[in-house]
Design a protein around this ligand. Structure first.
Ligand SMILES: C[S@@+](CC[C@H](N)C(=O)[O-])C[C@H]1O[C@@H](n2cnc3c(N)ncnc32)[C@H](O)[C@@H]1O
Length: 363
């Protein structure tokens, strides 16, 4: 099954799409194209998925917006003229969006040399009076205001948590956000599913068993430990998708990003399973319309692609049988930007009985 497109370069076997199943619908907005996507079934926490409880505003007429072209963002910024903090501003694009939407002032904090570029970009676009670019770490800089009303940040890494910028955002939240302040985006959920992936597993993993007649299987062990960031074709999905964890960025503690979540993946057809695949959704639930996007294999491909965890063994699964287990996610102790993943799984099927623990490191 040909699927992979381009390679991602910071991983030995990384190279680099859809959406989850099935029982409820959420409208996620895309700036270019409005599409309806479905959310996962079997959620442990249905809050993001259940149309009854996810956000009443989704289908309700929006009287604030009626009669003009304003977006929710315009409403926010116009009505309250907020101070905004952009954490890890990069090029400053999010700060520019905020300024354009009417923020009173935006503080764009960026620790890398991109801060110089962001300054130039802000000037070139005539927003120097609204956006102040501050070069430095959010943990170390001082803002010229006591508090901000909104924190905006694009902090998500591969597998959501790789590079661990979340703690930086939480630090900024606790230090700089007013008590009833808003974090954008504010909700994110991590999901797991299982895929058939014979061709690519052969190519990337089994390859090392016999390299021009030589046994290099020691490299295979290493390759198996490295999650592959890649796009997955939705036709490869064999089971349901399972919600592992929902995080509320406006409330969570830093430690909540390390967790162990149980899962149950039920086969929707007879097939082989070569890997489990993780992906995440991000939502802006405080907007007047629930807005967000998914990085799942049934959604339009994003920069984050999906994260593929290859299994040591090929599982033969029959429709209705379930792989049960747990996924433990933790910051690496030596390098907190890296993520350690422990996968426990078992299948007690007609064709296959297996119980295993595998360890992965995203670095
Ligand atoms: C994913 S990028 C965001 C890019 C930005 N939204 C854009 O489109 O250009 C994250 C940025 O956060 C910056 N960053 C990471 N940790 C930071 C910290 N502690 N303080 C300030 N900036 C940080 C990085 O240098 C990087 O530019």
């Amino acid at each position: 099954m040909g699927r992979r497109k381009n390679s991602n370069d910071n991983n030995m076997n990384q190279s680099s799409h859809s959406h989850h199943s099935h029982n409820s619908k959420i409208r996620f907005e895309d700036p270019e194209e409005e599409e309806e996507t479905t959310q996962c079934s079997n959620n442990l926490d249905e809050s993001m998925c259940d149309p009854e409880c996810s956000d009443k505003a989704i289908d309700e007429p929006n009287d604030v917006m009626e009669g003009d072209d304003k977006t929710s963002a315009d409403y926010y910024f116009d009505s309250y003229s907020h101070f905004v903090l952009d954490v890890g501003a990069g090029t400053g694009i999010l700060s520019l969006f905020c300024a354009k939407a009417g923020a009173a002032h935006v503080y764009a904090v960026e620790c890398s040399h991109m801060a110089d570029m962001a300054k130039e970009i802000v000037e070139a676009n005539g927003f120097s009076n609204v956006i102040t670019v501050l070069k430095g770490k959010i943990e170390e800089i001082d803002l010229p205001v006591a508090k901000v009303d909104i924190i905006i940040s694009e902090w998500m890494g591969y597998f959501l948590l790789f590079e661990n910028m979340l703690n930086t955002v939480l630090h900024a939240r606790d230090k700089w956000l007013v008590d009833d302040g808003v974090v954008l985006p504010d909700k994110t959920s991590l999901y797991l599913t299982a895929i058939e992936d014979a061709e690519y597993k052969d190519d990337k993993i089994e390859f090392w068993n016999n390299v021009y007649g030589f046994d290099m299987s020691c490299i295979k062990k290493q390759a198996l430990m490295e999650p592959l960031v890649d796009t997955v074709d939705q036709n490869q999905i064999v089971t349901n998708c399972q919600l592992l964890k929902t995080m509320d960025i406006s409330k969570m503690a830093p430690g909540d990003a390390s967790f162990t979540a149980p899962f149950k993946l039920v086969a929707e057809r007879d097939d082989y399973i070569h890997a489990l695949v993780a992906y995440f959704d991000v939502s802006f639930t405080k907007c007047h319309k629930l807005t967000g996007f998914s990085t799942g294999p049934r959604s339009r491909v994003t920069h984050w692609k999906q994260t593929v965890l290859y299994l040591e063994d090929v599982l033969t699964i029959c429709e209705g049988e379930a792989i049960v287990g747990s996924l433990a996610v933790a910051q690496n102790k030596k390098n907190p930007r890296d993520v350690d993943i422990m996968l426990k799984y078992s299948l007690n099927g007609r064709r296959c009985m297996v119980s295993k623990t595998q360890h992965y490191k995203m670095r």
